[in-house]
Every structure is written in C-alpha cells, then in structure tokens.
Write a protein of this length. Structure first.
Length: 500
C-alpha cells in the first residue's frame, strides 16, 4: 500500500504519493500567499490555506495509480513557528500568525525582563527573537483577550493538520516544539518554568512526541472528503529543515544537508546537544532532529539563489541571447565561463535581511573593488564567491562553537552547478555530495510514515531510496588561492554596517 508525504511550506504545499519501494506514483502542488493586514503583521488566510492543502491531497488521491495502490499512511513536513488558535469546538478563532510577523517586539522585550536570553536559550536551545511564538502568544493574550480566553489550543501547522484530520489525541513532534522558545529540549517537554513565568497554561499546547510515531487514523468523514479509500494511519512528522536533512540521509553526526535554493540553509546533524554562549551569540539554534536521539543546528543565508536570479534578471540580457543561440540554459552558460581564479571584487550578498550569524533585518548588499576594468562576468563571479564565503563563515563559527561538520549533501537549484560545488568544496575544505533527490521534504515524510507504521526502518529507507548523483572533493590549489580573499570577506560586514 502507498504512502503520502506532505510538505507544507511558506508559499505552497506539495504532496507526493510513493509506493512501498520509494517510487513516485503521483504528485501535486498548490500555492497560497501570505497576507499583511497591518504593517509588520504577517499571516496565512487560514481558511484559504487549508482549502488549498486539502485540494492537493484530493488531487493525488484521484490519480489512477493511487486508486490501484491506495494510500494507507501519511506524515508531514511543515514551516516552523506559525500557530493558530482554536476553540473548544475545534473552530479556528484567528488566522495563522507566521514566523516573520513582527507585531510582538514589545512582548519580546518584556520577556527579557523576566528571563534572560541566555537562560531561555539554555532551556530551549533556540536564540530568542521576534520570530519566536512565545512573544506572539503573549501579544494575543495582551491585545486579543477575547480570542485568548476562547482558545482551547494553540496549534502549530503539524498538529493543526492532525486536528483537521480528526485525530482524537493530537500530538506535535519534538523538532517543531524546538522552534517555540518554551520547549525544554533537554527533557523533551514543555517548559513549566518559562510558561509559568507568563501565566500561560501548558494545556494550551499539544503533547510533545518523537517524529515517526503513529498517533491515529484519518477520521472516516474526512477520509471520504479527501478521497482516501483505505484506513489511513497518521504519523508525526517534523519541522521542514530537519525533514530536509533526513531526506538527503543526514542522520549521523557531522553530516549536513545543504539546501541551495532561494535561501541557503545548512542543517547539520549532531549526536549531542550543543548549547553554549558561542552558539547563542551567533544565533545558531539547536533543535531535536526527526531521527531518534539526534539533534540538528541551522546556519543560513537568506539571499542565495535570489541573488543569482537578480543578476540574471538585471544584468544578463546579452548572455541570455547568446545562451539561446547556442541552445544552452542561461545558468549553465554563465557558469561555464568561470575560472577558479579569485575575483578582484568582494560582494556582501545581503540583498535582503541577513541570516546567521547576524540576523540583521537592515543590511545592504555591497560590491567593493570596482574599477574601469570591471566586467559583468567579474560581478557574477564575485556573487558566487560571496555566497560561498558566507556559508564558509557560518560553518567556521559553528565549528568553533563545538559543532562537528564533516560532509555536506547538496540539493536545490544551486546544487546543479558543478563549478559552484567544486569551488565551495575547495573553500570549505570538505567533501560535498550532490544528491539525486528533488523533493527531500516529501521523501522524508514518506520515510517517517513508513517507519511509524512498521514498513521499514529509517536506515533501510535511506539505503533504498536516497542516492548520490556526484561527489566533489577539495582541491588544495584552489583553496589556497582563496584563503586571503576569505579573510578579507569576513571584515566587510563590520566595515559597512553602520552606513545603513
């Protein structure tokens, strides 16, 4: 019987039905948009969002191959900090408040008067900031008392799905709990110390659970509504980044998933908790992995693939025409013209808010070293170098904080470039494996669903379903050429940040 993997993201939801052997039977995707009712407010229209999510499930269930091999289990990967209040009858009371919503800055400042950032971090492993749900829940309590008083549960995206599927004993997985700022990561339970300090009832939240645990079955009426024809087991899933790590087989200490998309995120697997002042100062979270007894830490750059796209859209009209004449993809055409000689330019790739370690909402991208001899190709090359330097800097800081990083496993649009991965491997001085995986999130949730229903173990699934496309190893000559450039790159942010 087949398995449904669901990935609920910021801009849309993807659902893929896999056979027991890991073959994709069918898939569907639907987009939705964030809304901003007021400046600084960022929400999902909860009714529209879930209409789109459930329609994706209906579409895959209507496929002929799935009708022949019906879904019997499912699990889900979701965005992190978004939550929705529901009442005692199970009705939603307000839209889903998204992670980047900034309405609760005052509440965050108030939290720090009660518990210091370091104390919060030592309990939860999560660097406190405006994206944290704790301050947003306090905002609801202070500014929407009628809604707060009617709220029976604050549900995150995963347990809201389980609730809507009719699960009687709704649970939330540890990896998602780790994103709240009120989860005791050492004891794997909600922190009575933190919640009690702000008079928030622990019963307002679902019971924490490991990932890959069967918690019930889709309600009969909902199953019929969604097109399920068999009894469907529901299995706890995970936060999107740990799921992405599982989806590339990053389940052992020191193995990191490298998602090279619009944002680049390095999700490193750890066999122990790494919580210290260096981690906090660099805004590195430590959270529970979706794999038993393991943890992950995240390092990321919010302007990655988007910066490359900016160059193509704004500066590469001539290259587009030449690539078209030669029948080549524009990205492959531009990358094929690059050499492994350092550029004379330095680019700080903060074209939107920065990621770790600074989490600076107001930086600007910077191009340094322009001269009358500068060509467009020099700018593109410096962009790629800057993106690699930024990840190298994050990895250096993480390793100095006690995180072991031995190998990267790359997926996403950026991973398609041999040049990018070869240069990155050399600068990082680490092997990089380009994975033969296109939908790591859905693949991970399929694995969790299979594990939770006893079809296979995680190790068996990784051996069978996850493959390497190509491996890249450091070139010592290339690395030495770039050492001085990397040293200079690390100084740029501090030199220009006060300008803006």
């Amino acid at each position: 019987m087949s398995i449904l993997g669901i990935d609920i993201g910021t801009t849309g939801t993807k659902a893929i039905v896999f056979s027991d052997e890991g073959k994709i039977l069918t898939s569907a995707y639907s987009e939705y948009k964030l809304i901003s009712p007021k400046p600084g407010w960022v929400e999902f229209d909860v009714n529209l969002m879930w209409e789109k999510i459930f329609n994706v499930i209906r579409i895959v269930n209507s496929d002929d191959l799935v009708k022949k091999d019906p879904v019997t289990s499912l699990s889900v990967s979701t965005v992190g900090e978004s939550f929705t209040p529901i009442d005692s009858k199970g009705n939603t009371l307000y839209n889903t408040i998204y992670s980047t919503d900034s309405r609760s800055i005052k509440e965050l400042e108030y939290i720090f008067t009660k518990i210091s950032p370091s104390d919060l971090y030592n309990i939860n492993g999560y660097p406190p900031g405006f994206i944290s749900p704790l301050n947003k829940i306090l905002w609801v309590k202070n500014n929407m008392p009628d809604i707060y008083s009617k709220t029976k549960k604050f549900l995150f995206t995963e347990d809201l799905l389980f609730h809507k599927l009719g699960i009687a004993d709704v649970k939330i997985d540890y990896s998602l709990c780790s994103r709240t700022l009120f989860f005791d990561i050492k004891n794997k339970k909600w922190s009575s110390k933190i919640l009690g300090e702000f008079d928030i009832d622990v019963n307002l939240f679902s019971k924490p659970s490991p990932s890959g645990v069967e918690i019930g079955y889709v309600n009969k009426d909902m199953a019929e509504n969604l097109g399920f024809t068999r009894k469907v087991a529901v299995v706890t899933g995970g936060h999107d980044q740990p799921c992405a790590a599982l989806g590339v087989g990053a389940i052992k200490d020191g193995i990191a998933a490298d998602g090279m998309g619009t944002v680049e995120c390095i999700t490193t697997t750890m066999n122990k908790l790494v919580i210290n002042n260096n981690m906090l100062n660099n805004n590195f979270s430590t959270q529970v992995h979706v794999v038993d007894d393991m943890y992950v830490t995240l390092a990321y750059n919010l302007s990655s693939g988007s910066v490359i796209k900016w160059y193509i859209d704004v500066l590469a009209d001539e290259e587009k025409n030449k690539a078209k004449e030669e029948g080549l993809d524009i990205y492959n055409y531009i990358f094929s013209r690059l050499t492994f000689k350092p550029s004379s330019l330095y680019i700080l790739p903060y074209f939107s808010a920065s990621g770790t370690p600074y989490l600076d909402p107001k930086p600007r991208g910077t191009i340094t070293g322009l001269s009358l001899a500068t060509q467009k190709e020099d700018i593109f090359k410096a962009l790629v170098e800057g993106l690699i330097f930024e990840i190298a800097f994050n990895i250096e800081l993480a390793e100095n904080s006690g995180v072991n990083i031995k190998e990267l496993r790359a997926v996403g649009g950026g991973a398609s470039s041999d040049y990018w991965l070869k240069l990155k491997s050399s600068i990082l001085n680490k092997p990089i494996k380009r994975m033969d995986v296109t939908e790591a999130g859905c693949l991970a949730t399929m694995i969790l669903a299979g594990k939770g229903t006893g079809k296979f173990s995680i190790e068996e699934a990784i051996s069978s379903f996850i493959k390497v496309d190509r491996e890249f190893y450091p070139d010592e000559k290339i690395r030495w050429r770039y050492l001085e450039s990397f040293k200079r790159y690390k100084k740029i942010y501090y030199l220009v940040k006060n300008i803006y």
